[in-house]
Design a protein around this ligand. Structure first.
Ligand SMILES: C[S@@+](CC[C@H](N)C(=O)[O-])C[C@H]1O[C@@H](n2cnc3c(N)ncnc32)[C@H](O)[C@@H]1O
Length: 278
């Protein structure tokens, strides 16, 4: 296994582990964001959509509702537990216009120029070679079709995330470059889209944050999201103690309405040019 494959496999292992708790209400920014994506894309009935790194289906469900029974969404992910939950949620919503595939975001098994829209919500920053992935996504889009991806802005989850990282380091964890902080500014997002050949690039920043009841909500986020990869660095015997001490500090941030969770999100979109645009 080369380094990139190793990185992908470690990411997938985490999402297999967190899938059962991923739809926890403390993490409701994921479905909030999925709804915003479908709206920003202005999906039309009958369209063909690809949802990359679909997870438990936050963006998939919103897209499937908007394209309607004549439309279809292809949902891909490498974590089977996540994909299984997405499929269950789709059925629970009375929808059946999506297909699910265990597929790597960087090696798409779809023909070129097929999709009207490609979505990737909070997935691109996990991929070792982001420019190569974007080229592949461009390939499967029809000329004139639109890609949208989301990432977290530098303010997202602060100050909790910074405190979390500091406390992990103090407890003996070693911080790798956390994937979720890549693509955290407009310039980087714009540049990577341009480099892959996209035109009509649009960047939008929205605050999707809310109040968690208390520090236990932050605990839910650590244990059921990509942050789990950082938490897992601690030896099991240190984890309970770490959580107790860290959450005591987080509790001090609580105000009358609860614990504010900043979720500032960047929506980056671009269009595959048509021949007339070139
Ligand atoms: C933070 S979750 C986002 C899920 C969903 N899009 C959402 O917004 O809730 C990231 C997802 O990316 C998936 N993923 C990571 N690397 C991948 C890869 N190389 N190919 C396919 N999926 C991948 C993970 O399994 C996980 O489900």
């Amino acid at each position: 296994m080369n380094k990139a494959e190793q990185q992908i496999s470690e990411t997938i292992e985490i999402f297999e582990q967190v899938a059962a708790g991923y739809d926890n209400p403390s993490l409701r920014f994921f479905p909030f964001c999925g709804d915003r994506i479908a709206l920003h894309l202005q999906l039309k009935r009958g369209q063909k959509v690809l949802d990359i790194a679909t997870g438990t289906g936050a963006a998939l469900i919103a897209a499937a509702q908007m394209v309607g029974p004549q439309g279809r969404v292809q949902a891909i992910d490498l974590a089977k537990n996540m994909l299984d939950r997405a499929e269950r949620t789709l059925r629970m919503n009375g929808l059946n216009n999506a297909d699910f595939h265990l597929m790597d975001a960087t090696k798409l098994d779809f023909k070129s120029a097929y999709f009207d829209a490609v979505i990737c919500s909070f997935g691109l920053f996990f991929l070792p070679d982001m420019p190569a992935a974007l080229k592949e996504w461009y390939r499967v889009l029809k000329p004139g079709g639109r890609l949208i991806f989301t990432s977290f802005s530098a303010n997202a989850f602060q100050p909790q995330a910074k405190m979390f990282v500091e406390d992990i380091e103090t407890a003996g964890g070693i911080m790798d470059d956390p994937g979720w902080q890549r693509l955290n500014n407009e310039d980087e997002c714009r540049a990577i889209l341009k480099q892959a050949g996209f035109g009509n690039i649009q960047l939008l920043q929205e605050q999707l944050g809310y109040h968690l009841n208390d520090e236990q909500g932050w605990r839910d986020i650590i244990l059921n999201s990509g942050l789990r990869a950082i938490f897992n660095q601690l030896p099991v015997e240190k984890q309970d103690n770490f959580l107790r001490r860290h959450l005591e500090k987080i509790a001090a941030l609580k105000r009358d309405k609860g614990l504010w969770l900043d979720v500032e999100v960047l929506f980056s979109s671009g269009q595959r040019p048509t021949d007339a645009d070139k």
